[in-house]
Design a protein around this ligand. Structure first.
Ligand code: 6PG
Length: 467
């Protein structure tokens, strides 16, 4: 009987690449897929060193060393529950099931508790980095029982991305915390992408830059503080030509879909009363983008200003403002994401270590960016930091760059170019720093129509006025 180090269920591209990554680092890996797909077929015909395909789940399970570690790389949702049910007939106490998909964290909490009753360990693990990351080193966010994690930690540490030789994997916390952190990672990913898209829109539609110049600009920006994976790939995307010599990007439909993690982030923010407007606006922007037919109708009946840049418009100044706005927008989005994780940590008793989370985001994952070094520094000094924007580094940047954000939004609005996430970031920033907001009126209105009572600034207690 074999004694392989780990099993992987789900031979889609992500599962295959992770299995190869595990094998490449010297571990033996059993693999199983519900159907004999092309990947399984190819593995059976052309064996890969240390990767062992099985067509029967029983043989697959029996081939793994005890306590067995079984990594699920399958579609989130009911397929995960189905495979867990199947596995329960073959595995035994102390075996470890690891869900490496983008599962909803509440499902992970339920599965964790369900399996705990059966003495089966369950880890919900966020894995980021796409297909390439899975093969060459993803960022890994494991949640669940710490002792169970300790058993698989050597494998995860060897397959993960490395930042200055440091493995981009850290135990996150109990039950659903790993999937929660991955979910917020994706929420930040949404706003990062949308901010870059709005920047591209202004460069293209407002100042009429061509693809090559836009790409060169992103390349230049990627040498500075904006350096990140998403800027790097955008530079390449914008300049890529089709076989016919036209830019690929120019032929792609402006309608972006989503698989749900951004929506979950916003739902969680609503439940935890955590203002996550920038991420929410990014999700809504995708929804609006996919309403292509309505937008085509609207474009013929709803009018706005024509693009007009007067003589005083300075392209160089605008581009510089845009770079700073992109950076500040990104910081505000990260601040909202980390604030949300702080609320979740308190709510679910996860004791999240934000410095570690920022550290594992620095390589392998989609939102990897130089900015994360300053986030690491900020939380390293104080894990209880009230807000990322309160750390001296980000205070300074906000105070210096907010004027640029104001400038680019003003110009965009005057010219009828939609910049929902830039605008949302600035509105949040301005609302946040407003000591006396207009919510006194909201309180009064609630009391007027519903006797909901209100608090006063000059006396404690609750009050009602006969309006
Ligand atoms: C990652 C990505 C990955 C996936 C997103 C895409 O970290 O590797 O986030 O998980 O690309 O889930 O999400 P949408 O389809 O919702 O854009």
């Amino acid at each position: 009987m074999s004694n392989h180090d780990i099993g992987v269920i789900g031979m889609g591209v992500m599962g295959k690449n992770l299995a190869y990554n595990i094998a490449n680092t010297g571990y033996t890996v059993s693999v199983f897929n519900r159907s004999k797909n092309m990947i399984m077929q190819s593995l059976l015909e052309k064996p890969i060193k240390r990767v062992f395909p099985y067509l029967s789940i029983q043989e697959f399970v029996n081939s793994i060393r005890k306590p067995r570690c079984i990594l699920l790389m399958i579609q989130a949702g009911s397929p995960v529950d189905e495979i867990i049910q199947t596995l329960l007939s073959y595995i035994q106490s102390d075996d470890i099931i690891i869900d490496g998909g983008n599962s909803f964290y509440i499902d992970t909490i339920k599965r964790f508790n369900f399996l705990k009753e059966k003495s089966i360990q369950f880890l919900g693990v966020g894995i980021s980095g796409g297909e390439e990351g899975a093969l060459n080193g993803p960022s890994i966010m494991p949640g669940g029982n710490r002792e169970a994690y300790t058993l698989v930690a050597p494998i995860f540490e060897s397959i993960s991305a490395k930042y200055n030789k440091e493995a981009c994997v850290q135990y996150i916390g109990s039950d659903g915390s790993g999937h929660y952190v991955k979910m917020v990672h994706n929420g930040i990913e949404y706003s990062d992408m949308q901010l870059i898209a709005e920047t591209y829109s202004l460069l293209k539609n407002l100042i009429g830059m061509n693809n090559i110049d836009i790409s060169n600009l992103f390349k230049e920006w990627n040498q500075g503080e904006l350096c990140s994976y998403l800027i790097e790939i955008t530079e390449k995307i914008v300049r890529k030509k089709d076989v016919d010599g036209n830019f690929v990007l120019d032929s792609i439909l402006d309608s972006a879909s989503s698989k749900g993690t951004g929506t979950w982030t916003v739902k969680s923010a609503l439940e935890l009363c955590s203002p996550c407007s920038v991420i929410a606006e990014s999700v809504f922007s995708r929804y609006l983008s996919s309403m292509k037919v309505n937008r085509m109708i609207a474009s013929t009946i709803l009018f706005g200003p024509k693009i007009f840049l007067d003589k005083s418009f300075d392209t160089e100044v605008f581009i510089n403002d845009l770079r700073k706005s992109l950076y500040l927008g990104k910081i505000i989005s990260y601040a909202q994401g980390f604030f949300l994780m702080k609320r979740a940590s308190q709510n679910y008793n996860w004791n999240l270590q934000f410095c570690n989370i920022a550290k594992i985001f620095r390589a392998g994952c989609i939102i990897r960016a130089d900015l994360l070094n300053d986030i690491v520094k900020s939380y390293n000094e104080n894990n209880d930091l009230i807000d990322l924007l309160f750390s001296p580094i980000f205070q300074d940047i906000s105070n210096t760059y907010n004027a640029s954000l104001r400038n680019i939004i003003t110009i965009a609005v005057q010219n009828g170019i939609s910049v929902p996430v830039f605008s949302s970031a600035l509105s949040y920033y301005d609302a946040y720093r407003t000591v006396n907001s207009s919510a006194n009126l909201i309180q009064a209105q609630r009391d007027y129509f519903g006797s909901h009572t209100y608090q006063r600034i000059d006396q404690s207690g609750t009050f009602h006025t006969n309006w």
